[in-house]
Design a protein around this ligand. Structure first.
Ligand code: TXA
Ligand code: MG
Length: 321
């Protein structure tokens, strides 16, 4: 059966919630990327997420809730994590916190980890869906495992048509990169995945500078040990020169001849928002022309530029050094 495309009217949102209640899968927009949602209490529904995405079962899922009271019923906060939630929620910060014994959440969400990822998305449609469903929704990004995350409903359909019940058409995701994943630990706070919220913003709002998880430790972390966010064509990053058989992704006003450009004005937020759609477009161009690879211009490494570079490095199949 083809995937149903839902609009954002009240009957469609009710339909989406009914699909979740019946154990189905609904992709929905968030401010970061589209998520593939299922009832977080129901192992059978969660199983369907893993098989639709072809995702390894040991890769844990992120819980999405509508408000802090719902979060408090599922995970244990302390003063610091409550402060972090107050500073960044609703928004693109995932906190890794201990699951409460009485949470009612399926063991498949944490996939054997001793903490679970949780966030409140800052997106009207996501919040309406959560409120209409009335329970926590587990949702990874709505792409095939290891492919580029979706920032438009079309991307979801491209990757998962016929494998999921419905997708809510909610336009382009505002941020375009995944949430920052933060883990409080004895030594301080660690960023497991760089994302929309930069380390400097975290330090500024919480008064502690986070450490980035060392590349070597990533090998021990579920979901971080394989190539991610990858287009099909080979990708070259930091490309100052391109050859005629490469699709050129530029950045800023100095590359008027680039095939595509992440931001003509050199705006990093715009580049983040357009990154995944541009990589998909470049991939499409390689498939339909005599180009054989993608070359992306250097992207500055401040603010959200760090997360953009992180994704480009992974998309190129390399590890951070
Ligand atoms: O912005 C986002 O975070 C999006 C939207 C839909 O909310 N979600 C998302 O989910 O990117 P996903 O599953 O594609 O990426 C989550 C990453 C995975 O690499 C997973 O391994 C890691 O977070 N993760 C989730 N829960 C974890 C846990 N309990 N312990 C360690 N890593 C965890
Ligand atoms: Mg993902």
């Amino acid at each position: 059966m083809p995937t149903e495309i839902l609009d954002t009217t009240l009957p469609s949102m009710r339909r989406a919630a009914d699909i979740l209640r019946a154990g189905g899968l609904v992709a929905f927009p968030t401010e970061t990327v589209y998520g593939l949602g299922a009832d977080a209490r129901d192992s059978q529904s969660l199983h369907r997420i893993f098989s639709a995405k072809q995702r390894p079962l040991k890769n844990p899922l992120i819980l999405h809730v509508a408000n802090i009271q719902a979060a408090e019923r599922l995970v244990k906060f302390n003063d610091f994590t409550r402060q972090a939630a107050a500073a960044f929620w609703p928004g693109p910060l995932t906190l890794l916190l201990p699951l409460r014994l009485d949470s009612g959440i399926s063991h498949m969400v944490a996939a054997g980890q001793d903490r679970v990822g949780i966030r409140i998305p800052d997106h009207d449609i996501a919040l309406r869906l959560l409120n209409s469903f009335g329970h926590p929704i587990a949702a990874p990004s709505a792409n095939r495992s290891n492919h580029i995350s979706p920032t438009q409903a079309d991307h979801v359909v491209h990757d998962l048509d016929g494998r999921i019940d419905a997708v809510i058409e909610g336009g382009n995701c505002r941020c375009g990169l995944e949430s920052t994943i933060l883990m409080p630990c004895e030594e301080g706070i660690m960023v497991l995945r760089q994302g929309v919220i930069s380390e400097s913003e975290i330090a500024q709002k919480l008064g502690i500078s986070p450490t980035i998880m060392p590349a070597a430790a990533e090998l021990q972390t579920p979901g971080q040990h394989c190539v991610h966010y990858a287009p099909n064509a080979p990708l070259r990053t930091d490309a100052r020169k391109v050859s005629s058989d490469e699709v050129w992704i530029g950045f800023g006003p100095d590359q008027p001849n680039a095939t595509l450009n992440l931001s003509l004005t050199g705006d990093l937020d715009e580049a983040a928002a357009r990154l995944y759609a541009t990589l998909r477009q470049a991939d499409q161009l390689v498939r339909s022309s005599d180009h054989f690879a993608i070359a992306c211009a250097p992207i500055p490494t401040w603010g959200i530029g760090k997360a953009i570079n992180d994704r480009l490095i992974r998309a190129a199949g390399r590890r951070r050094s």
